[in-house]
Design a protein around this ligand. Structure first.
Ligand code: GLU
Length: 502
């Protein structure tokens, strides 16, 4: 019988998402239940957004969650390399093979042309953004353009009529008219593949039998089916898992919820409890049991028990599960060890000593200084956050934009935070010392006075810092999607001063 092979294929373009752990657990369980293999592949073909720090963090977060893979970039395997940036020649070869077979074509559209096509599509309400103008160029025309060194991408020839149907093991039959699918770009002009091409070439070459991934990829699947057909390859079985959703019923997003695995680690959740919680998402266990080890989850794993609808990520429930784990699975001695490993250790305390050395009259002041590093929910008040009587909207806008600025950096250092705080002050034309600093201070430390802000930020860690911004914004009444997109466009114009005057 054919070996069952599953994989996760995260892109190292941001903090390690808790959704990666969620999807990994189901892939791992399915592979192990069937004596198969579980593979880790890094999809780093988005050159501008991929970063090695993010890749390292993916490894770190998976390992923290006790997820181990049979093949991957760090341990190699029979179908490597397992990092897409090391496989570029393979994708090129396959893209040009499709051109040879007239299943794909070279498209010479310029940026301006594409923009114009998108505008026309918007006006006419067409679902297709690219009007296929280079689909039928003559050989001579192509040669002429190539001789002139014109840039091109390779696009797939999507059928002009008919529909694509596939069976999703979880969702059932899914049908999409070809008329809704653009001629997909497979190879970009810089020779890098798009997600679609690289993903299916690798799934094929790595002999993946079951693609288990999040619901958000379901609209890409018809494009993948087309590619499998174009190459004449056998398709894997597809299973699209229910999305993890926040309180608002929308996909868990880092702008609204803590999504980084490190937030949960740094806040002192047990990895076993997080795993148990995540496997409960979108899955109903035998006997509706809520507590089980991952081994017994694997033993009883049944794809039919995966739900169809979105899974609500309720942090209160996670806290409750975590508490049950603390009570039932840890002896007092083990609890002590876990606490020490968490933050009550020399490594952590050594970071604090320089910040308190000159600030204590007695040792008990230590707790008052650093309380904010050990607790998750601070006591915010209007009085604390609305410095100089700025409006709630101004305060939450400042915090939101600060979050966006910080996201541009792959690590959070004191210098990065300081730089962004000055940038914010310029953007909002708000006094750095009198408005920006007290607001940031209150958001991070939940008080007006304490150890130096810039130095304490990296100790709290990037993910808990972001969670504080989110909590403070929520306390101030939240920001609508409309408001956050208008902030984004004001940010592009580099002037947000009008918000301060409201
Ligand atoms: N690189 C995609 C991601 O970031 C992979 C999606 C898939 O599993 O096909 O999740």
């Amino acid at each position: 019988m054919k070996e069952i092979r599953t994989r996760i294929a995260p892109s190292p373009t941001g903090d390690p998402h808790v959704g990666t752990i969620y999807i990994a657990l189901f892939n791992l369980a399915f592979a192990k239940k069937n004596n198969g293999k579980f593979i880790l592949r890094i999809e780093d073909t988005d050159q501008t957004r991929s970063h090695s720090t993010y890749e390292k963090n993916i490894f770190k977060s998976l390992k923290w969650a006790n997820i181990h893979w049979d093949e991957g970039p760090d341990i190699s395997g029979p179908y490597g390399p397992y990092r897409q940036s090391e496989r570029l020649e393979i994708y090129k070869k396959y893209a040009f093979q499709l051109v040879e077979q007239d299943k794909a074509y070279k498209c010479f559209a310029t940026k301006e042309e594409l923009k114009e096509m998108r505008e026309v599509a918007m006006k006419t309400g067409s679902r297709i953004g690219y009007d296929r103008r280079y689909r039928n160029l003559s050989k001579e025309e192509i040669k002429k353009r190539e001789d002139q060194n014109q840039n091109y991408v390779i696009r797939l020839k999507v059928p002009l009529s008919g529909e694509c149907t596939f069976e999703d093991e979880i969702k059932g039959t899914i049908t999409t008219p070809f008329a809704d699918i653009d001629d997909q770009v497979l190879l970009k002009s810089d020779g890098f593949p798009t997600y679609h091409l690289a993903n299916i070439v690798d799934d094929h070459l790595m002999k993946i039998t079951h693609v288990i991934r999040g619901d958000e990829w379901i609209s890409s699947t018809p494009k993948h089916i087309l590619l499998y057909d174009a190459f004449g390859w056998e398709k894997p079985t597809f299973m699209h898992m229910p999305l993890l959703c926040g309180k608002d019923g929308k996909k868990l997003s880092k702008r609204k919820n803590p999504t980084s695995t490190f937030f949960y680690k740094d806040s002192g959740f047990l990895s076993d409890a997080l795993i148990n919680f995540l496997t409960l998402m979108g899955y109903s266990s035998i006997d509706e049991k809520e507590f089980y080890s991952f081994d017994s989850f694997i033993k009883n794993f049944d794809v039919k028990r995966i739900g169809k609808s979105a899974a609500f990520f309720d942090i209160k429930k996670l806290e409750w599960i975590n508490q049950q784990y603390i009570i039932n699975s840890l002896s007092e001695k083990q609890l002590l060890e876990k606490l020490k490993n968490w933050q009550f250790n020399d490594d952590f305390f050594e970071k604090l000593i320089p910040l308190c050395h000159t600030r204590m009259k007695k040792f008990s002041d230590f707790i008052e200084l650093f309380d904010f590093l050990f607790i998750n929910n601070l006591n915010y008040s209007d009085e604390l956050l609305l410095v100089k009587n700025i409006s709630k909207e101004a305060a939450s806008s400042i915090l939101h934009v600060m979050m966006i600025l910080l996201e541009k950096y792959d690590t959070l250092t004191s210098e990065v935070f300081e730089k962004c705080s000055f940038e914010i002050s310029d953007l909002f034309k708000a006094h750095h010392k009198k408005i920006i600093m007290p607001l940031l201070f209150a958001t991070i430390q939940g008080k007006k006075f304490g150890p130096p802000l810039f130095k304490s930020v990296p100790i709290l860690g990037r993910d808990r810092v972001r969670a504080r911004f989110l909590n403070a914004i929520e306390f101030l009444g939240g920001l609508s999607n409309k408001k956050s997109s208008s902030l984004k466009s004001m940010l592009e114009k580099k002037d947000l001063s009008e918000i301060m005057n409201k």
